[in-house]
Design a protein around this ligand. Structure first.
Ligand SMILES: Nc1nc2c(c(=O)[nH]1)N[C@H]1C(S)=C(S)[C@@H](COP(=O)(O)O)O[C@H]1N2
Ligand SMILES: [Mo]
Length: 218
């Protein structure tokens, strides 16, 4: 259970408790923008920071992204290697399980799909594990990762992605709760089998669909 990560136990214990109780952490929303707000969410002021209490220092010089597992061309990408892949922008909303959402985030980065073109996942690669510099992991089905809006981002609203938000590179997977979007991206591994990540083994939903209020595993 990632027991070697020196995470902040208070942060982790509180979230495990919610998962055990299977309860919604706060009352339902009163927002007028219900149409784009998933159940139980509210629009945050600013962009909150949420992680395990560890903020790794990763610079463009030291950054590496190791892509391994069921791929034809495994590769360790440098910062410049990633920036040399096709660049794109997308605007999306972001939903954290602790009930805050942020709207209209303008992301710049590389489509995960374009990274896949480079490494060539094998037909047997059905699941992906994202690994981070703080030791965090999260998992997704491969199919969920190749949507247009799934990006490896390096900028937010026209500015380089701040270190506290996972810079230099993090994942953004808008259709799932934010814990599926790994900050300080370090590795991508393709598997035939599903391997639950840090929160997924601690009572959080494996699927994590905000609009289904799909927060905890039953
Ligand atoms: N590496 C790493 N990525 C992570 C986390 C983490 O603890 N470590 N927390 C996740 C959770 S629970 C959330 S809500 C978002 C928060 O991203 P933010 O701090 O940029 O808002 O990052 C996700 N990605
Ligand atoms: Mo979260």
């Amino acid at each position: 259970m990632n027991d070697d990560i020196p995470f902040d136990a208070r942060i982790v214990e509180a979230k495990i408790k919610w998962a055990r109780q299977g309860r919604k952490p706060y009352p339902p929303p009163t927002s007028s923008r219900k149409d784009r707000l998933p159940p139980g969410q509210h629009e945050a002021r600013g962009w909150p920071v949420l992680d395990l209490g560890i903020t790794p220092t990763v610079t463009p010089e030291t950054f590496r992204l190791d892509v391994t597992g069921l791929v034809d061309r495994p590769r360790s990408f440098t910062f410049d290697d990633l920036m040399a892949l096709p660049q794109t922008e997308d605007v999306s909303d972001f939903h954290c399980v602790t009930t805050w959402s942020t709207f209209d985030n303008r992301w710049a980065g590389i489509r995960f799909r374009d990274l896949c073109r480079d490494v060539g996942p094998k037909a047997s690669a059905a699941f992906v594990t994202f690994g981070s510099y703080d030791g965090y992991t999260t998992n997704l089905p491969f199919d969920a990762c190749v949507d247009d809006d799934v990006l490896i981002v390096h900028a937010w609203n026209g500015r380089p992605l701040e270190r506290v938000h996972g810079g230099p590179f993090r994942m953004i997977v808008p259709k799932r709760y934010a814990w599926k979007s790994a900050k300080w991206l370090r590795s991508v591994e393709f598997h035939a089998d599903d391997r639950p990540g840090f929160w997924e083994v601690r009572g959080y939903s494996n699927t994590a669909f905000p609009f289904d209020d799909d927060r905890f595993s039953s």
